[in-house]
Design a protein. Structure first.
Length: 140
C-alpha cells in the first residue's frame, strides 16, 4: 500500500461520509495507477477512462460486482454508506447510483484505515477484471 494509515480515532466512530472522503482518494489512485500500468492511453483519454470508473455510475457498477464477495463487516459498512445522507446528488446519476458510490467509497476508506491493503487490491482486481473490458480501454 502506498501509505500506512495510523488513525488516532476509532474508525468505527467515523461517519460513512468521512470514510467515503478517504475511500474516494484510494479508489481514484487505484484506477489511475491501473490505467497507466495496463494501457497506452494519452492523457486526455486517461482522464476519460478514469471517469468511467470513478463516476457514480461506474462505482455503482463496481459495487454490484463485488457485493457477493463481501463479508458481514464489509456489508455493514456498505449499508451505512448507502444510508448516509449528503446534501447534494450527482448531476448525471440517479439517487440509487449516488448512494451506491458513497457506499463503495466508504468501504474502500474503511479498509484503507484498517491497513487492509491486500483486501483492497483483491476487491479492486475483481472490479477491474469485470468492468475494464466493457469500458473499451484502448488507445485511439
Amino acid at each position: 500500500m502506498l501509505f500506512e494509515a495510523k488513525p488516532e480515532i476509532d474508525i468505527h466512530e467515523q461517519s460513512p461520509i468521512a470514510l467515503a472522503f478517504v475511500g474516494d482518494g484510494v479508489f481514484e489512485v487505484l484506477v489511475r495507477a491501473r490505467l497507466v500500468e495496463r494501457t497506452r492511453l494519452v492523457p486526455n483519454r486517461l482522464h476519460a477512462a478514469a471517469v468511467k470508473f470513478v463516476s457514480a455510475k461506474g462505482q455503482y457498477a463496481a459495487l454490484e460486482v463485488i457485493a457477493p464477495l463481501l463479508d458481514e463487516a464489509e456489508q455493514a459498512v456498505v449499508r451505512r454508506g448507502k444510508n448516509s445522507t449528503k446534501a447534494t446528488v450527482a448531476k448525471h446519476a440517479t439517487p440509487q447510483e449516488y448512494r451506491a458510490s458513497t457506499a463503495l467509497e466508504s468501504l474502500f476508506g474503511w479498509l484503507y484505515l484498517q491497513n487492509r491493503g491486500a483486501r483492497i487490491e483483491e476487491l479492486f482486481d475483481v472490479i477491474w477484471n469485470a468492468l475494464a473490458p466493457g469500458f473499451a480501454l484502448q488507445a485511439e
